[in-house]
Design a protein around this ligand. Structure first.
Ligand code: MTE
Ligand code: MO
Length: 496
């Protein structure tokens, strides 16, 4: 008995790969969501304005008393990838899995179209709706449509499969990319159309719910309706129900193996997070190279005063007595004694005020999922920094405040970030001293904080103590180029 050509190997293989990858996407997606377990439609992420939350915690309404890191929820590694508040690694897994998922999807759709097999899942006549309604009525009465209707899919399946392949999956992709600050900078109108960063985030979540509901119904029906046929199709590609027992065993074992694989990935990641970072980041860099770099077109500044957020989240609280007496003393004398060391010069706040000031509106995006738009003002780093010494490839920015938490719970180091020389010299890389027309607020980094608008939020060091050229960042901290890289396993490349 030959293989039924209607369930070719490529179809079964892409289906299995899709199953594995969707599981990885869901699990790493849960990890990302758990780092900020709230969803908003409005762009300022104000506490109390969320439309859905997965935490019982009530947020204080005032700014600066509560950090987004404190809002993280720890998920079990059984449920999420990798679990236990590791948003950085969750993001890398999500990025790696999505690249493979899109690739697998492209192979699947290309073969579907080129072999003509699309005809059996894409409805080509309006009758499909009437027929689907008939099937639906049978299911509603807990009946089973007769086998003749499945050739190989019935009308209801055609509608559902077409919807999942050509509507829900693209919705995941379109709402997913809209959350990327890189896309927002280049296609601001597209992201605004989806309701901004938070709209895209909420729609991505809702699309995920749609796909999950589909998966639950799909898997239930595969096992409940003409199981013998379905399982033999999936495993052997033919319709010889005599091999049902074999197919059933193969499928149950495969599902068990995939579940074990998913959970093993979490434990493998948690067992050595630095290793996981080392292995995953180069992989996601490939995605940047092929997908983002060709889009390098100069970011458009699409924000106006109307976009300025009412509420701005805080990540990292101001230095305490044990963190920096120096900074506290400067705070109590109205920054009179504040000093920032830039190269070998020690500058006061008045020195910073005397330099030419840049002023622009930009959106801050924290990896945890919140965003806020503000007007930032202050001197450019390129006007502050001494000429770049030979061999200096990076700029190191250090804070008076300590890291909120070290990844291996060792004593907390001063919060630091490293940016590339080219980033440091950009137009919108400034030492911000004013926000929305007022002196910078204490909880947002007073009296001076870094703003590097071409970078993700974790580079924006608050309460800046020093800025200096360095040759390489390998000698600082854990050598990953910043506190968030070291302790939250974010990628050094924070370019948006
Ligand atoms: N000193 C210091 N700077 C910091 C942090 C911190 O914890 N300490 N957190 C970073 C992260 S992850 C983000 S998202 C932004 C948050 O800035 P905000 O508190 O002004 O919103 O600050 C960055 N700079
Ligand atoms: Mo962040």
């Amino acid at each position: 008995m030959g293989i039924n050509p209607d369930f070719p190997m490529w179809l079964r293989a892409t289906h299995l790969i899709n199953f594995i990858l969707i599981g990885m996407l869901l699990r790493s997606g849960f990890e990302i969501l758990s780092s900020m377990p709230r969803l908003w439609w409005s762009n300022d992420c104000a506490p109390g304005k969320e439309w859905l939350k997965f935490t019982k915690r009530e947020l204080p309404r005032e700014e600066g008393v509560y950090t987004s890191l404190m809002d993280e929820k720890s998920l079990s590694p059984i449920i999420s990838l990798p679990g236990r508040e590791n948003v950085g690694l969750g993001r890398h897994w999500h990025g790696a899995a999505v690249m493979l998922w899109v690739l697998n999807g492209l192979v699947y759709v290309t073969l579907l179209l080129s072999t003509g097999l699309w005809r059996r899942i894409v409805p080509t006549s309006w009758e499909v709706f009437g027929d689907a309604w008939e099937s639906a009525k049978i299911y509603a009465g807990f009946g089973v449509p007769s086998l003749e209707n499945f050739q190989p899919y019935d009308a209801l399946q055609m509608l559902a499969y077409s919807a999942v392949i050509f509507v829900f999956a693209p919705m995941m992709m379109f709402t997913g990319v809209a959350m990327s600050p890189a896309i927002r900078e280049r296609f601001p109108r597209y992201v605004k159309m989806l309701g901004g960063h938070q709209g895209a985030r909420s729609l991505h979540f809702l699309s995920m719910v749609c796909i999950s509901v589909f998966i639950i119904i799909h898997v239930t029906l595969v096992f409940a309706v003409h199981r013998e046929h379905n399982l033999v199709h999936m495993v052997f590609g033919d319709v010889d129900t005599a091999r049902y027992a074999q197919a059933f065993t193969a499928i149950t074992l495969t599902i068990a193996a995939v579940i074990i694989f998913w959970i093993a990935l979490s434990y493998f990641t948690l067992a050595d997070r630095a290793r996981a970072h080392h292995f995953l980041v180069p992989f996601t860099e490939l995605g940047r190279k092929f997908f983002l770099n060709p889009l390098k077109a100069a970011p458009k500044n699409a924000f106006t005063d109307a976009d300025i957020s009412q509420f701005h989240w805080t990540n990292g609280l101001p230095p305490t007595e044990e963190e920096s007496r120096e900074w506290l003393a400067a705070k109590s004398d109205d920054w009179e004694s504040y000093r920032v060391q830039v190269g070998d010069r020690s500058l006061t706040l008045s020195d910073l005020e005397a330099l030419p000031q840049a002023s622009y509106i930009a959106t801050h995006t924290c990896m945890q999922g919140w965003s806020a738009t503000s007007r930032w003002e202050g001197p450019r780093l390129r006007d502050l920094l001494p000429p770049r010494p030979e061999g200096a490839n990076y700029v190191l920015i250090e804070s008076y405040g300590l890291a909120q938490q070290m990844y291996d719970n060792r004593p907390r180091e001063p919060f630091y970030a490293v940016i590339e020389a080219s980033t440091a010299l950009e137009d919108r890389t400034i030492l911000a001293i004013r926000r929305n027309g007022h002196p910078l607020e204490v909880h947002l980094g007073a009296p001076a904080r870094l703003r590097a608008e071409s970078q993700h939020g974790y580079k924006a060091v608050k309460w800046v103590k020093s800025i200096q050229w360095i040759a390489d960042y390998a000698d600082y901290g854990d050598g990953r180029g910043g506190t968030r890289e070291d302790s939250a396993l974010q990628a050094f490349n924070g370019r948006i």
